[in-house]
Every structure is written in structure tokens, then in C-alpha cells.
Write a protein that binds this ligand. Sequence first.
Ligand code: NAI
Length: 343
Amino acid sequence: MRIAFFDAKDYDIPYFTEEGDRRGVTFKFYETKLTADTAELARGFDGVCVFVNDEVGEEVVDKLYSYGVRIIALRCAGYNNVAVEACYRKIHVVRVPAYSPYAVAEHAMALLLTSVRRIHKAYNRTKEFNFSLSGLTGFDLHGKTVGVIGTGKIGRIFIDICKGFGMNVVAYDKFPGQEDGFCYVSLEELFERSDVISLHCPLDGETYHLIGAEAIAKMKKGVILLNASRGALIDAEALLEGIKARKVGAALLDVYEEESDLFFRDFSGHILEDDVLARLISMPNVIVTSHQAFLTQEALKNIAETTVGNLVAFEKDGVCENELCYRCGNIETCKRSRLEKCF
Ligand code: NAI
């Protein structure tokens, strides 16, 4: 198979080249993102491989289809950037449902610890031989309440990590599972009780701006908001207002709602056009990492192995267990349509 690989980064290329060579898949790496303007680059390829900020809307899907592309291989779990319904009867879509939930959960805790123990400030100070402790007072996580929204693979690992720190855990999930050393509460109660709120649910029509002005108003003063899921779960302007009003004590963001034109690229030396992000970054109680939570050696290896595995399974059998199927409206669990090869 020949696959056009969009938004390629130096850390992707060795893992995908090695795995592709081993299993007979050839990748052509493009630095550019997939958009309506760049879709032409996929002409003549069997498939495209895309990441979180590639734009695979209806127009792009139609173009890919007309160029003979048969499969869109997402090398990530989330698929909010793909018009799955537009793909139905045209192009198959596969994804990597899990590559290292530990990577994301551990990064979320790294952000939280960095913030509450002021590690980022201490690091800069000691680099300049400033050994003053003034302004570095933190607080214990032990005994604090963390509210986790979304108790899937990543949320549950994050809960276990928090329990290891002696935190009390409350959780909200649209489809609650088993309570395992934590209790499910309503979203409202979670907002009211939590010292730290961490987001681990997917972005969709229902969760878009889940954290906005109204939600922030219900939270404790000084609440820490942690988002390592998808940027648009938080209304960034409302967050900024919450910080300015001293209601939000800290915002720890691995994702940002307007990240697609910025993240994964070097803008040092440029004037940042996004005033909201620039203002957020300027705040002493905001830490931003640029969608880095997944980035571990283990995750990169798993992403390459699963993506190539998805492509090979599709080529060989016409079905793939990691296919997203729109037809039945139940794209998470529907096996039947996949076994019938659907279309
Ligand atoms: P998962 O599918 O295992 O878990 C998601 C959970 O959210 C499920 O328990 C589901 O029932 C729940 N949920 C669905 N709709 C909800 C709603 N409206 N309200 C509350 N809960 C809802 O997914 P996983 O692997 O745990 O990933 C979670 C999210 O993390 C992904 O959707 C993705 O956006 C994000 N992610 C971020 C990465 C990063 O590098 N920052 C890397 C990988 C994933």
C-alpha cells in the first residue's frame, strides 16, 4: 500500500518508516497538514494517514474519494476532525483507539504537580542561581478532591494516580462504569466539590464548551482546571475571564481550542496573532504544553504498529477492528457492519 502521510514530524518518521518497511506499507511523508488546499497531494495514493489537526471535513473527503483514496488512517484516538458521516459509502476510516493511556494520564499529573509545587518557576530561578523560595509556596494534593470528567481508559488511569497521592476522587461520565475507589456524581456536584477538575472525555457536539462561564461560576474559588483531552471542551475566553476574576486558581492546558494553526510548530520570534492564547500564556498560573501528552517512546511505537496493522488488515481482509463506521450510528461498538464489510 502507498500512503500519503500528512503533518509528518521528525519524531513520527523513524517509527512509521521502520514499521512500514517491515509490513509492506510505503509512506510518503508531507510536512503540510491535510486541508482542502493540500488534498491534491493524496492523488494516486491508496490511503492517507492523518493526525489531530488535519482537516478532514466533507470537502476534503469528497476530494480524497475522487482521487481514489480508499482509507483514512487516523494515527490518534480522537476523530472529531473527520467528517465520518461524509465518509460513509466512500472511504473507510480507521484509528488507534489506545496507544498509551499512561502517557496522557502521567502528563496530566506532571502538569498538576508542576503547578502546585511551582516547579516551572523554581527551574527558571535556579538556572540563574536565584535560590530564593519567596512565592513558591504550594499545597499538598493529599486530601484534596479531584473531579474527573470522562472515566474511560485515560480517566481511570488518572484516577488511580490521584488515589496514589491520597486524593479523594469524584467523577462524571455520560456512561458511568464501575465505581472503583471513587464515586460518580452529577456534573453540577463535581463542579461544586472539586479542588482540581481534569477533563478526559471526547469532544463532540455535547461536550463542546463543557467548561464555559456558567460552569466556572459553579466551581470552587481557586479551582485548578486541567485539560489534556481536546481544547474546545473549554471556552478559552470564559477561562481567561475566570482567571482574571481570580475564580480559577490555575489552568493547565495540553490542548487549546484554536491550536490547529499553532501547535506542533515553532513560532518563537513571531508575533502571536491569537490574543486569548497569548494572554493565557502570560498568566503566572497558566501552564501550556502543546498537545504533548501522548508523546512518549512507547506511545509512538504503539501508534505506528497499530496504524500499519490497521492498513494491512484492511488491505488483506477488507475489515479492520479499529474501523469507525457511521452507518448504524454506533461507531464505537458495531461489529456486524464491519464483518459484512459494510460497503
Ligand atoms: P475513552 O473512549 O476510553 O474514554 C472516554 C470516556 O468519556 C468514556 O468513558 C465515555 O463514556 C466518556 N464520555 C463520552 N461522552 C461523554 C460526555 N458527554 N460527558 C462525560 N463523559 C463522556 O477515551 P480515552 O482513551 O480515555 O481518551 C479520552 C480523550 O483524551 C480522547 O477523547 C482524546 O480527545 C483525548 N486524548 C488526548 C491526547 C493528548 O495527547 N492530549 C492523547 C489521546 C487522547
